[in-house]
Design a protein around this ligand. Structure first.
Ligand code: SAM
Length: 253
């Protein structure tokens, strides 16, 4: 049976050294995006099931360089916990993705780069002054290009010719963001859809493997990992995030 995910409240940097050496198969991090504004549960938010726990987190690092220095320090502290076959997925958006990619090339080696995934979500981002911004970026790196784990995910085919069949996913992941009526909605700001995390976890970590999300927010990665038979560890420095993630994990059991 899959062990219940472990959840720890605290700073990623402080908690990283508590991880067992060479134990993690997948590190997925969805850190703040350096938007310059605090992220909070919207005032009109409601959870579809149960009472909502309101949450907020700071999202200001200053320059992109300050952000990548922050991120690099935490990744460096986590590298000893990764298996040689492990993968790293860093979730960013247009504000920092190019800076983070250069930092990862420097930290891990440009030959460790595997994919620049585009999560195309459809909602928001429109402006009369530019093309609508409707995607996030997920940078996929491995530790060893000859040994990293990867199982190409299959998604439902959409063409009439292939109706009812599946096809290999590309590096553009068309997955809607969480709608207002979705049962998975917790009200946590910037909560990611379970379908996205299930696809990433199943492609980038083996059955029975260990997944780490060091900025886990409402716990989406931990829920996805548990549903897919992986063990999982989540960190977050927000008490509200940990309370929401704990509540979500309880409903899994
Ligand atoms: C974009 S949100 C993660 C959302 C999450 N993927 C979900 O689906 O709910 C980023 C999270 O990083 C957390 N965070 C920010 N700085 C942190 C730090 N130094 N250590 C751990 N967590 C941190 C915030 O509290 C926030 O929950």
């Amino acid at each position: 049976m899959t062990p219940t995910p472990k959840l720890l409240k605290g700073d990623w940097l402080t908690l990283a050294p508590t991880l067992a050496p060479v134990s993690v198969d997948l590190l997925y991090a969805d850190p703040p995006f350096n938007t310059g504004k605090p992220q909070r549960t919207p005032p009109n938010a409601h959870a579809v099931s149960g009472r909502i726990i309101r949450a907020a987190y700071a999202d200001t690092f200053g320059t992109p360089r300050a952000f990548t220095v922050w991120l690099r320090e935490r990744l460096e502290a986590t590298l000893p916990a990764l298996k040689p076959t492990a993968n790293i997925l860093i979730h960013t958006d247009w504000r920092t993705t190019h800076h983070v990619r250069l930092m990862l090339d420097d930290l891990l080696g440009a030959d460790r780069f595997v994919n620049h995934l585009v999560w195309s979500y459809g909602l928001g981002g429109s402006s009369p002054r530019r093309f609508a911004r409707k995607h996030d970026d997920i940078l996929f790196y491995c530790l060893d290009p000859d040994r990293y784990y990867f199982k190409p995910p299959r998604i439902p085919a959409t063409s009439n010719r292939l109706k009812g069949q599946t096809k290999k996913a590309t590096d553009v992941l068309d997955i809607p963001s969480i709608n207002n009526m979705a049962a998975e909605r917790t009200g946590y700001p910037t909560q990611k859809p379970l379908a996205l995390l299930e696809l990433l976890v199943s492609a980038c970590s083996p059955q029975g493997g260990a997944v780490l999300d060091p900025t886990c927010g409402s716990g989406t990665t931990l829920v996805a990992a548990a549903r897919l038979g992986r063990s999982a560890i989540g960190f977050d420095r927000s008490a509200a995030a940990v309370a929401i993630a704990r509540k979500r994990l309880k409903t899994l059991r």
